[in-house]
Design a protein around this ligand. Structure first.
Ligand SMILES: CC(C)(COP(=O)(O)OP(=O)(O)OC[C@H]1O[C@@H](n2cnc3c(N)ncnc32)[C@H](O)[C@@H]1OP(=O)(O)O)[C@@H](O)C(=O)NCCC(=O)NCCS
Length: 184
């Protein structure tokens, strides 16, 4: 997978068209705006603090290095140049090299139009091609939409960690670990 590689133009259920491609270091400002919008929304992501340009640049350098060395699959979706969704699979360390850890987020205003489903389909195909055997992910217990998406793709529950994370306004929330076997 190459930095900036264009994967496809995707037309969502609402008629909007998204460019899906591999990110580059030049996308740092977009990634910064993206994460900070999700943090301010107080949505179902682990991060709860707004990032600075410097911290995001360090995150992006690491991300691009992993992508070019084959240790990460990363897809970004843009609407008129604005980053609105991101999905990635990060390779496990050492003996866990054929296990990938998946994460996804779509900005508010772009959800429920099929973008998450499309990114998931694309990234799981790429993971299979790359030889990954198992994909794991974590979802918060009250995130019904994400759970629906993952079950639609055949992910099954490995277990629940009660009161794993704290959210302003709703308190402690369970974390559920899911996995999917891509190939034996
Ligand atoms: C979860 C998320 C990635 C899904 O992406 P998306 O683009 O909204 O997903 P899609 O439009 O492809 O699919 C959403 C599906 O959930 C369904 N859905 C929506 N709200 C739902 C709810 N409250 N309960 C159950 N299903 C729900 C939709 O009907 C749709 O179902 P379908 O594919 O069977 O028609 C996205 O909404 C998001 O980023 N949310 C905020 C952050 C987050 O939750 N990240 C995941 C962390 S684990």
């Amino acid at each position: 997978m190459e930095e900036g590689e264009i994967i496809e133009e995707f037309t969502a259920k609402d008629g909007r068209s998204f460019l899906i491609r591999v990110p580059t270091l030049e996308d740092t400002r977009e990634y910064l705006n993206f994460i900070n919008e999700l943090v301010r929304e107080n949505t179902w992501i682990e991060e709860n603090k707004e990032q600075t340009y410097e911290s995001e640049e360090a995150y992006m350098k690491d991300k691009i290095e992993k992508i070019v060395s084959g240790n990460e699959i990363s897809l970004a979706a843009f609407y008129n140049g604005k980053l609105v969704a991101d999905a990635d699979i990060i390779r496990g360390h050492g003996r866990a090299f054929s296990t990938g850890s998946f994460a996804i987020a779509v900005l508010n205003g772009y959800r429920d139009a099929g973008l998450g489903t499309e990114l998931m389909k694309l990234i799981l195909d790429k993971a299979k091609e790359a030889g990954y055997r198992i994909i794991t992910l974590g979802v918060y217990g009250d995130n019904a939409r994400a759970m629906h998406l993952y079950e639609k793709f055949g992910f099954v529950k490995a277990g629940i960690i009660p009161k794993y994370a704290y959210f302003e306004g709703k308190g402690f929330v369970d974390a559920i670990t899911l996995y999917k076997i891509l190939q034996e």
